[in-house]
Design a protein around this ligand. Structure first.
Ligand code: ANZ
Length: 820
């Protein structure tokens, strides 16, 4: 036949692979181990084009490693707690598990048919009690180490989802999930102390630079946000305690003409004088109604209230006013700022609006007509002419002026050099149902009491849609029978903590559970985790550049410090795929430009869709489906398949003595394909396989003919290389070539290095027109290399015999003419 039925092939091979289990990772294998990890999906609906893309790319690597003889761990599971299931349950008045597990089954079937080389024996769901038992266990261990704690503070609140959000989940002032504007609330919440690891999380990024995408490393650095500066103390009139500010520009201290304190900080409420209290409280009320979006927008007018007290500038001794404002954030630095209008644009605008003094302390370049200046330049007005001060930094460049100021402040006991991080502790409690219950009991007598380890998992009570409607407190608080318990310590009446954990907790350690998914003595078997970790490659979306990756890195470091892991970094390599878009735009319901994966698979078959996604371009680039040709991919697949039917030499025929030209192309393709896969240039690898198919077709039709052993060698190489991308077609080919399944474990084709050596050509060296030497050189030798080779050749040196070389004419690769 001229074509084969791709759908029949799918039906034929799936049960065979199920039987063979070629991708089960053997923990005890003597082979070298590789761990190929891809981000596990959230179970909403069936798989879409995005899943198809990322797993197709990921599978090239995993299958390549198997072919190269590694033992490969390539697991898959579901991140199955979370809001969409809860919202669906409310809509349909059912249990969130109904939606969750139905979708998991659908996605599982789709993944299987899609032919990704997952080891399904390690499948996990984060909403299974056997899994979240260990999430709770980890929480308690973190708590014992002081890394999980409760505190009262203003938190981000989504009025739509009726739950708090971590800073990381607020994007441009909006809820990352639903897009609603986020407001602030004062609440007691659970936090993980990720800030304790801030410096290490930053430092180790240096080692990841070579193997992680640059933009991910940059995003993490920026999020951790380390800055160097100083804490400066300002004495306050009539108050024992000074106010300490954090500044990155201590050198601008002479230009500090006021202090500003965050209006929503306890400090502002403490400082305000009785005379200003009413004005202050009115202002604070106004600000509380604002959303984060409004507070952070740069172009709105500056507002504030004079608190009525003054502070002393520690270098000039001058009294400066203290104001409350909303542009200073309560939870950054110390929540108080030294106002330097000459150096900070926000301070400039504030000073202008409030009629406060402006003193420049850095010389601006000639022609500068802007407002605040934050560039380089010598210090001026530090002190200003006629002002007496104990410190003089005039004329010093910024860095030196900073150092001199810090030295001075340290000697005076008025400040010291300081490092500040933008990273905050991770707020992990949520007031929703479908998540991991926090295993803590609150007792009036004994306070916070941990649920004893032998009572884990602490399972969720059975609640249905109607009980789950957002009420601002967790639905668990209303589940009386569940929430009211005896205190494990005193036996008196107590209440369970009614919050659940952020789902990012679940995904911070799932890659460890895969190493020993049925282990019952802990979250994972340390010996197996040490054998498999770190994951050699983590393939997934760049949208996880900050949150998930930072949290997973944090968990890994804590587990290392607990002695359960050897590594401190979970993911050695990383690859981010682009988006699948359509007609230049992100697929969306409103644009009506969605492409259904199911439809594409039905029309073109699995292999053609996978091949199209891999061949589209570099993995990091977006794929516009409108520009793609799955039909073209299908034609190529058929062309490759036809070769397997043309081969007439017997199975096992040695390729020795076969057509050398074709053998060279095969060897070169196999060799380059390996390098290309290792460099994540999968699309170029596919292009090379296409060239090999064309060359083999030519050899069959008008060259050495179908019985030449070089044709068999080429067709077998095509099948093996294609198995990384189009597993069904490759299997069909392999069978037609007379082999047993499965081609996926056939092993990478061997390459005779002699076939990779470029053929050489003869270059002639003439002196005064007479041939003096013949050289074997590469056909692509450069003029300079050829000249040097010629002039240092023994026969040529002898023939020149010390005479002066007047001219050398080089025509690479054939001729060198020397005139003496
Ligand atoms: C005086 C100054 C002079 C500043 C100058 C800047 C330029 P990063 O790099 O982000 O750490 N700042 C400190 N705490 C703040 C808060 N809670 N809310 C808003 N702003 C705050 O920035 C640190 C700088 O941001 C600090 O240095 C402070 O302003 C401001 F010419 O102090 B600076």
């Amino acid at each position: 036949p001229a074509t084969y039925d791709v759908r029949a092939a799918q039906d034929k091979w799936l049960p065979v692979w199920d039987e063979l289990q070629p991708f089960r990772a053997d923990d005890d294998s003597p082979r070298e181990k590789k761990y190929a990890l891809t981000m596990f999906p959230y179970p909403s609906g069936d798989l879409h084009m995005g899943h198809a893309e990322v797993t197709a790319l990921h599978d090239v690597i995993a299958r390549y490693w198997w072919q190269r003889g590694y033992e490969v761990l390539n697991p898959m599971g579901w991140d199955s707690f979370g809001l969409p299931a809860e919202n669906a349950a409310i809509r349909n008045n059912e249990h969130p598990a109904t939606y969750t597990y139905a979708n998991i089954e659908t996605q599982y079937e789709s993944f299987k048919r899609y032919g990704i080389s997952f080891d399904w024996s390690r499948r996990l769901h984060t909403s299974d009690p056997e899994y979240y038992r260990w999430t709770q266990w980890l929480f308690l261990k973190f708590r014992e180490r002081g890394l999980a704690y409760r505190k009262n503070s203003p938190v981000n609140w989504c009025p739509n989802d009726q739950t708090v959000l971590a800073n990381e989940q607020v994007v441009d002032g909006r809820c990352e999930r639903c897009g609603h504007e986020v407001t602030k609330r004062e609440l007691t919440q659970w936090y993980f102390k990720i800030t304790e690891y801030a410096q290490e999380l930053l430092d180790e990024l240096d080692n990841l630079e070579a193997t992680w995408p640059a933009r991910v490393v940059a995003a993490q650095r920026n999020w951790i946000g380390r800055s160097e500066g100083a804490h400066v103390s300002f004495a306050i009139e009539g108050r024992d305690e000074p106010v300490t500010v954090y500044t990155t520009r201590p050198d601008t201290i002479f230009g500090t003409t006021f202090l500003v304190v965050a209006v929503d900080s306890p400090l502002a409420a403490e400082l305000v004088t009785d005379g200003q209290r009413a004005a202050f409280e009115a202002y604070r009320e106004e600000i509380r109604k604002e959303t984060e979006i409004e507070r952070l927008s740069a172009d709105r007018p500056k507002t504030g209230v004079d608190l009525g007290v003054t502070a002393t500038n520690p270098v000039t001794g001058r009294q400066i006013p203290v104001w409350a404002t909303d542009y200073v954030l309560a939870d950054y630095g110390t929540g108080a700022v030294m106002g330097v209008p000459g150096g900070d644009q926000r301070d400039w605008e504030f000073a202008t609006a409030m009629g406060l003094e402006i003193i420049r302390t850095t010389q601006t370049p000639e022609g500068f007509d802007g407002e605040a200046f934050h560039g380089e330049g010598p210090a001026i007005n530090s002190p200003a002419a006629g002002v007496d001060a104990l410190l003089d930094i005039n004329g010093l460049p910024v860095a030196e002026a900073k150092r001199a100021t810090i030295d001075f402040l340290e000697r005076q006991g008025a400040g010291q050099g300081a490092v500040n991080f933008r990273l905050r502790d991770w707020l992990l409690s949520r007031q929703r149902y479908w998540g991991v219950p926090i295993p803590v009991i609150h007792c009036e007598k004994d306070g916070e009491v941990a649920v004893p380890y032998d009572q884990l998992p602490l399972e969720l009570p059975e609640l249905r849609g109607a009980d789950l409607k957002p009420k601002g407190v967790s639905p668990l608080a209303a589940a009386e029978e569940w929430v009211n318990v005896e205190c494990p310590t005193c036996g008196g009446p107590a209440k369970r903590d009614s919050d659940t954990m952020d789902t990012f907790v679940d995904s911070s350690w799932y890659f460890l559970r895969y190493c020993s998914p049925t282990y019952t003595d802990g979250p994972f078997d340390p010996a197996l985790a040490n054998a498999w970790m770190p994951a050699d490659i983590y393939v997934g979306g760049v949208e996880h550049a900050v949150l998930h990756l930072l949290y997973a890195r944090f968990f890994t470091k804590v587990l290392r410090d607990m002695g359960m892991l050897e590594v401190g970094e979970p993911f050695a390599g990383q690859l981010n795929q682009g988006f699948v878009i359509n007609r230049g735009k992100k697929m969306s319901k409103s644009l009506g430009n969605g492409v259904s994966l199911g439809d594409q698979l039905a029309e073109f078959g699995v292999d053609a869709v996978r091949l199209t996604l891999v061949f589209a371009g570099p993995p990091e680039d977006d794929i516009d489906w409108a520009d793609m040709s799955p039909a073209g991919s299908l034609r190529f697949i058929q062309r490759a398949w036809r070769l397997s039917g043309d081969v007439t030499s017997a199975v096992g025929t040695s390729p020795q003595g076969g057509d050398v030209a074709l053998r060279r192309i095969t060897a070169r393709t196999v060799h380059d394909a390996a390098e290309l896969v290792e460099a994540y240039r999968f699309n170029v690898m596919v292009a090379k396989v296409m060239e090999l198919v064309n060359a083999t077709r030519k050899a069959v039709d008008s060259g050495c003919g179908p019985d030449d052993p070089a044709v068999r060698e080429a067709a077998e190489a095509v099948a093996i290389l294609l198995s990384l991308v189009a597993p069904y077609t490759a299997e069909e080919m392999w069978e037609r070539l007379g082999h047993q399944p499965t081609v996926a474990r056939a092993g990478w084709p061997e390459v005779d290095p002699a076939l990779l050596v470029e053929e050489s050509v003869v270059a002639v060296v003439q002196i005064q027109g007479k041939v003096k030497a013949r050289l074997d050189v590469a056909p692509d030798i450069s003029e300079a290399d050829l000249e040097q080779l010629a002039l240092t050749h023994a026969d040529v040196v002898r023939a020149i015999d010390g005479r002066e070389v007047r001219k050398v004419i080089v025509r690479a690769p054939k001729l060198v003419n020397v005139v003496v």
